[in-house]
Design a protein around this ligand. Structure first.
Ligand code: PM9
Length: 472
């Protein structure tokens, strides 16, 4: 189990494989169907060219997100039948608490309905108005909760993360010089905490190294600053450490995960990703006083502190999902499938974020459509075009997702203008990946005929979910 997986060559080299296969077989299927081109054209127009506003039944292959879209195992389904639906003190709560403590090391645990419930509470509990929150690139919901609590997010990720063609093995790393400069400039007392995520979603699912988190721990100790982790895809991050970082080739994903968490003070989790469940999340901390505050907050916003918005059966499936997500064969096939799709696109010279990350392939829309300016939303355009071509749904991760600067009110115009093809865990086959690859190739071949979009409706918060566009 702990041996390094040599079925994949190390990064920077072409993905090479002797055939590998998923460590499971399928015992239930859900039919999907492709609409006609005329129906797809109508559906995407009705959705305001926003893939979030499509009806799922109009989608053929759904790569919108890996969040809550995984297939559960027979073990998880049978655990659901053992749900203890007591309002207070459910047996499943205690099992989940013990599982999180075992796999993530933190002392205290608070369940939440999903990741943003946890982000809301930690932000409100610890950020004072006007404090800075440095982090390794923004994430949409994380930054919004930090801002709504009065914080000011500052991106301190290494420069390579903003460069789609850099093949740095740990593009999720924090730049210690940028962080030190911020601390010296603003004063340690004005830093709420350092906010890190592994892997970094908006950078392309890119990992942080163990060395980086150890160095960060030392820096935070020097200035007495807390270090908090978004652990949503941290098991995937552990896979990359095992594959790429010296000294970890023979350490299990489970042990890498524990070691990484041990350098941080707290974590929040959207269990809808790594943990292979359709709903759920949590917060876990080492500080008892903070725990007491969070345990009191959870009853206001989520539910009693022994269910936090989840049913007993949800907690049962989640605890089992934690055990499954660190399985070496599971993780190798999960990342292997993402790499399979990426390698198809690389062979056609289609511009994608390199190296291929953990949960998704990210198309570089600026390079895909160099003739579409960023205020005509090239990544949103690409997502709409892909659906139109083939019924494949993906997600914009560019100018629309970045939103507006709260001070100037202008578009933020992020360096990365990406369309994300996110692979749900244990859901699609290699043949589906072939279809997706061919669909992207068809859009690429038609790129010079493609025009951008105009935003015609913009909601105040997290606009990418509900904004509407018209074709130019
Ligand atoms: N991520 C994703 O598709 C769900 C919707 S897009 C906002 O990538 C991180 C790293 C996430 C994340 C959700 C959340 C929020 C926190 N951190 O969706 O509230 O990728 O469970 O988690 C999405 P919830």
């Amino acid at each position: 189990m702990c041996e390094q997986d040599n079925r994949f060559q190390t990064m920077g080299q072409q993905f090479q494989r002797r055939s590998w296969a998923e460590p499971w077989k399928i015992k239930m299927v859900e039919p999907i169907e492709m609409r006609t081109r005329e129906q797809r054209a109508q559906a995407i127009k009705d959705a305001g060219y926003n893939t979030f506003l499509l009806r799922s039944e109009d989608v053929y292959i759904d790569l919108l997100t890996d969040s809550g879209t995984s297939a559960m195992s027979d073990r998880q389904w049978s655990a659901m039948m053992m749900g203890d639906e007591a309002y207070a003190g459910s047996r499943n709560y205690y099992e989940l608490e013990a599982t999180v403590q075992e796999y993530y090391t933190y002392k205290y645990f608070v369940p939440t309905h999903q990741g943003r419930g946890a982000e809301h509470m930690i932000s409100q509990a610890v950020i004072k108005k006007g404090q800075y929150v440095p982090g390794n690139m923004y994430f949409t919901t994380t930054r919004l909760h930090q801002e709504m609590a009065g914080g000011i997010f500052v991106d301190v990720i290494i420069d390579e993360a903003h460069n789609t063609i850099s093949d740095h093995p740990f593009k999720g790393n924090v730049c210690l010089d940028k962080l030190t400069a911020l601390i010296k400039d603003k004063g340690a007392e004005n830093i709420a905490y350092v906010s890190i995520a592994g892997t970094v979603n908006m950078a392309g699912g890119q990992p942080m190294s163990m060395k980086n988190v150890k160095d960060l721990r030392a820096l935070c100790d020097q200035y007495n600053i807390k270090l908090y982790l978004d652990a949503t895809r941290m098991a995937e991050n552990a896979f990359f450490i095992q594959e790429r970082e010296e000294g970890y080739a023979n350490v299990s994903i489970k042990d890498i995960l524990k070691e990484f968490c041990s350098y941080t003070d707290a974590a929040w989790m959207s269990s809808k990703k790594d943990h292979l469940v359709n709903i759920g999340g949590w917060l876990a901390v080492n500080d008892e006083a903070l725990f007491e505050k969070l345990r009191n907050m959870v009853v206001i916003y989520e539910g009693l502190h022994t269910y936090g918005g989840m049913a007993g059966r949800d907690m049962a499936a989640l605890a089992q999902g934690i055990r499954e997500c660190v399985n070496e064969d599971h993780m190798a096939s999960r990342i292997g499938q993402v790499r399979y799709l990426g390698s198809l696109l690389e062979n056609w010279d289609i511009p994608i974020v390199k190296p291929i990350g953990g949960h998704a392939i990210f198309l570089d829309a600026k390079a895909f459509y160099p003739h579409i300016p960023q205020d005509q939303f090239p990544a949103q355009t690409l997502a709409a075009e892909l659906y139109l071509d083939s019924g494949v749904r993906c997600m914009e991760r560019g100018n629309v997702s970045a939103g507006r600067d709260p001070v100037t009110g202008n578009h933020r115009f992020p360096k990365l203008e990406l369309a994300r093809l996110t692979i749900p865990r244990r859901v699609y086959t290699q043949a589906h990946m072939d279809v997706v690859g061919e669909a992207i190739k068809a859009c690429f071949d038609n790129r010079n005929n493609t025009k951008g979009l105009k935003m015609v409706y913009e909601p105040e918060y997290l606009r990418f979910f509900q904004a509407r566009f018209e074709s130019l």
